[in-house]
Design a protein around this ligand. Structure first.
Ligand code: NAD
Length: 336
């Protein structure tokens, strides 16, 4: 059995912890917490072993009556691999400590490709990362782009991709972020970093992205235009998305015309935290004019990268090829 630790139990970390604990071929050894807040209490209630990432806070955990199993160093001694879910920029600083401990590590999209050396998306490049020591699961937006560009690249020759990303201003629990009444080109430069980020996993794809932030917390929304070098029909695209893993087609005419309604759908599916791991493509938006493919999609930023983290564990620990892993992850998480 392979033992996994999670460093950073926030938006991504708690979801990844739950997903890892659903797998039969790996075991969650524990999660780290910095502060004994409600999330620490709930992690303890879930039966997760809690390790302190900041040992100077031991007394605070004692006062909050939260039992800890040790420090992050103790956790590192017990595991084969750590999934670093700390805030942007912190993960890369932890790399040396994981190297010293002799454990493999998975980082998140807040870290740069350059610092970690490898990037990961299940559909795009799982097999290239089998047996690697360190990898970064690309960001929520990049994951969304890779999920739908990969199947298109399988049925057509892509000449150029242009994408306009309408990004959520903050996650629902982030009270200090915005904007609350503005549309902000962010980053204000073109291309945004998302296009080059896609190229770290989909090598050679010609892509140009522009991004803005809007006052919403629910999802990102992408508008994608693909110049094609081969002939494609709308039905080919609909059928390909229909059979692609972690992509779903949604119909505005059936009441799913907005990110709010799509999140309501995820809620009605009975998903934990109302998560939608799949990328939702609006069926009505799919069009081809003058050999250029257009479509619009929605990305649940808090959860689309979660199944990719589980697959990245199997790739690094050599627990199966991409088909085996994707199917095990999908089945365990109830992914459509
Ligand atoms: P978050 O702030 O919700 O959670 C981070 C957790 O790490 C918190 O529990 C925090 O207390 C803890 N932490 C802070 N400093 C730490 C340290 N030095 N050592 C250990 N733990 C520490 O952040 P998040 O949104 O979960 O983001 C984590 C990573 O995932 C980032 O790289 C981010 O870019 C990426 N990501 C975020 C989203 C999203 O929409 N939230 C989507 C995809 C990828």
């Amino acid at each position: 059995m392979k033992y996994i630790g999670i460093n950073g139990y926030g938006t991504i970390g708690k979801r990844v912890a739950d997903a890892i604990s659903l797998q039969k071929d790996m075991k969650l050894a524990g999660v780290t917490k910095r502060t004994p807040n409600f999330e620490a209490k709930m992690a303890a209630d879930n039966g997760y072993n809690i390790y302190m990432s900041d040992p100077t806070k031991e007394q605070l955990f004692e006062e909050a009556d939260i039992k800890v199993a040790g420090t992050i160093d103790d956790l590192q001694d017990k595991i084969d691999l750590i999934i670093d879910c700390t805030p942007e920029g912190v993960g890369a600083k932890n790399l040396k400590s994981y190297q010293r401990a002799g454990i493999k590590a998975i980082f998140q999209g807040g870290e740069s490709h350059k610092e970690i050396g490898r990037s990961f998306n299940s559909a795009a490049n799982y097999d290239e990362n089998i047996g690697a020591d360190y990898v970064r699961v690309v960001s929520c937006n990049t994951t969304g782009l890779c999920r739908t560009l990969t199947p298109i690249a399988e049925i057509a020759k892509i000449r150029k991709v242009r994408a306009v990303l309408v990004r959520r201003g903050a996650d629902p629990s982030q009270v200090n972020k915005g904007p609350i009444n503005s549309i902000v080109p962010n980053p204000p430069i073109t291309p945004s970093h998302h296009g080059p980020d896609v190229q770290t996993v989909l090598k050679g794809v010609n892509i140009f992205t522009i991004a803005l932030l809007v006052p919403t917390t629910l999802m990102h929304q992408h508008n994608i235009m693909i110049e094609l070098d081969s002939k494609l029909e709308i039905d080919d695209v609909v059928n390909k998305f229909g059979e692609s893993s972690r992509v779903i087609l949604v119909d505005a005419k059936n009441g799913l015309g907005s990110t709010a309604e799509i999140m309501e759908y995820a809620n009605d599916l009975g998903r934990l935290r109302s998560d939608l791991y799949e990328i939702a493509v609006w069926r009505e938006s799919i069009n081809i004019v003058d050999n250029e493919l257009y479509y619009m999609q929605a990305v649940h930023q808090e959860s689309d990268v979660v199944p990719e983290n589980v697959d990245a564990v199997r790739a690094l620990l050599e627990l199966g090829d991409s088909n085996v892993s994707i199917s095990k992850t999908n089945q365990s998480m109830g992914i459509l």
